[in-house]
Ligand binder design. Structure first.
Ligand SMILES: Cc1cc2nc3c(=O)[nH]c(=O)nc-3n(C[C@H](O)[C@H](O)[C@H](O)COP(=O)(O)OP(=O)(O)OC[C@H]3O[C@@H](n4cnc5c(N)ncnc54)[C@H](O)[C@@H]3O)c2cc1C
Length: 381
């Protein structure tokens, strides 16, 4: 058993931590309050190698390990939770493009790796989220094109993405009839709307509408009918990554709270000396550390090519829950100062909560854990 990062991973961690604390953290609240997110930040993230972690080396990527992707997620999560959404999408796109024709790789790896374009992943629909095998968006083959009609809901970066992978029905009902198309969002027939979201505002989550959009047939990723399985494959490792994004935000909050509790006095003593206060920190730190081990283990299993679907679901459910609980406690431990927009705590709570839902809710994570434990024939209802 080996519980430490390698020297290379430690070096990478310190580079990302320094970058994220200096370049991202000071601006975290600005993108929450309506200032447009500057694309230069993406190029800066590209310069420290965050864009192409799962892109092949031949296309300028790093082909990084999944554990290394987790390190990046945790460090960026500490600084600006919402910027982790870019990381997640870059990782997923880095993987999916591997299955695309070389013409598409040539067109889309360079802007991915350079941070020039914004990417999205469009699976959810107004009537199909957890039950994603029953999406209704259609891609009808007509000659050299697919004609795309439908609506995608709750899509991260809907408001600003240049391109999306869109999961659409090309065949029979159910999972086997779904395909994955790369859709540039400037095509005629695409429109979008942005939600009024309680958190993750930087990401302009919203809906994408497709009305008779002609997508070249060469923009198919993978085979026809493979789309649902590609989407589930992307979720599977991203769930452990999400866990680490949430834990990064929570660990940062706890560290800030420890500093505050040492300095703030009540009843003639530092708050940190009250057992009722210090034990809360001890308990949350223990839960966060346990969750962190779950996440890194799931990613390590993925790196070894070992089964990890159950572990990734455990990591997402448990990490999201303990992170939200810890941040909430940090707010209360700050007293009225915590219940204020002057500290980043309330924003972290709003932001992290969104990813308890995104990529699969706690109930769906438990359903997966139960399915992988009991077997498909005992799938809980
Ligand atoms: C911040 C955020 C970002 C997102 N980004 C993206 C994105 O980029 N791309 C994308 O495609 N989607 C995205 N989503 C959508 C997300 O993946 C879905 O919201 C999620 O899968 C749940 O689907 P739903 O909202 O339709 O809820 P529903 O499926 O309607 O579920 C509603 C409730 O019922 C519960 N439930 C459903 N089925 C069961 C069951 N069998 N057993 C027990 N309980 C059940 C759920 O757990 C949930 O609590 C995002 C969502 C959020 C909040």
């Amino acid at each position: 058993m080996e519980f430490s990062f390698s020297p290379e991973e430690e070096a990478f961690q310190s580079i990302v931590r320094r970058f994220a604390q200096e370049e991202l953290a000071p601006h975290y609240v600005r993108w929450d309050r309506g200032e447009p997110f500057p694309k230069e930040k993406l190029k800066a993230m590209a310069q420290v190698g965050l864009t192409g972690m799962r892109a092949p080396i031949e296309w300028g990527g790093q082909d990084a390990s999944y554990v290394q992707c987790g390190i990046a997620a945790e460090e960026v999560g500490r600084a600006d939770f919402n910027c982790t959404l870019f990381l997640q999408i870059w990782n997923i796109w880095g993987e999916l493009l591997r299955l695309a024709p070389s013409s598409l790789q040539k067109e889309w790896y360079p802007p991915l790796v350079s941070g020039e374009k914004i990417f999205a992943f469009a699976l959810t629909e107004p009537d199909a989220g957890s039950d994603a095998a029953h999406i209704r968006t259609r891609a009808r083959r007509e000659g050299d094109y697919y004609v795309l009609d439908g609506e995608k809901a709750s899509i991260t970066f809907a408001g600003q993405a240049d391109v999306a992978v869109v999961f659409a029905r090309t065949g029979e009902e159910g999972a086997r009839g779904i395909s994955c198309l790369l859709v540039p969002l400037h095509l005629p027939g695409v429109s979008r709307s942005v939600y009024r979201s309680p958190g993750e505002r930087l990401t302009q989550r919203g809906s994408l509408f497709f009305s008779g959009v002609k997508v070249p047939a060469t923009y198919l990723i993978g085979r026809e009918g493979q789309g649902f399985y590609l989407a589930m494959g992307a979720f599977d490792f991203n769930r452990a990554i999400i866990g680490l994004c949430c834990l990064g935000a929570a660990l940062q909050s706890l560290e800030e709270t420890v500093g505050y509790l040492k300095g703030r006095r009540a009843f003639g003593r530092p708050l940190a000396t009250f057992q009722g206060v210090a034990f809360q920190i001890a308990e949350h730190l223990t839960r966060l550390e346990a969750a962190r081990l779950l996440c890194y283990r799931a990613l390590w299993l993925k790196d070894q090519g070992l089964p990890h679907v159950r572990e990734a679901a455990m990591a997402k459910w448990f990490s999201g829950m303990v992170a939200v609980d810890a941040i909430r406690a940090c707010i209360i431990l700050h007293g009225h100062y915590g219940y204020s927009q002057d500290l980043p705590l309330e924003q972290r709570l709003r932001d992290v909560l969104g990813l308890e839902i995104g990529d699969g809710t706690p109930e769906i994570m438990k359903l997966i854990i139960a399915r992988e434990t009991f077997g498909r024939e005992y799938l809980p209802r």
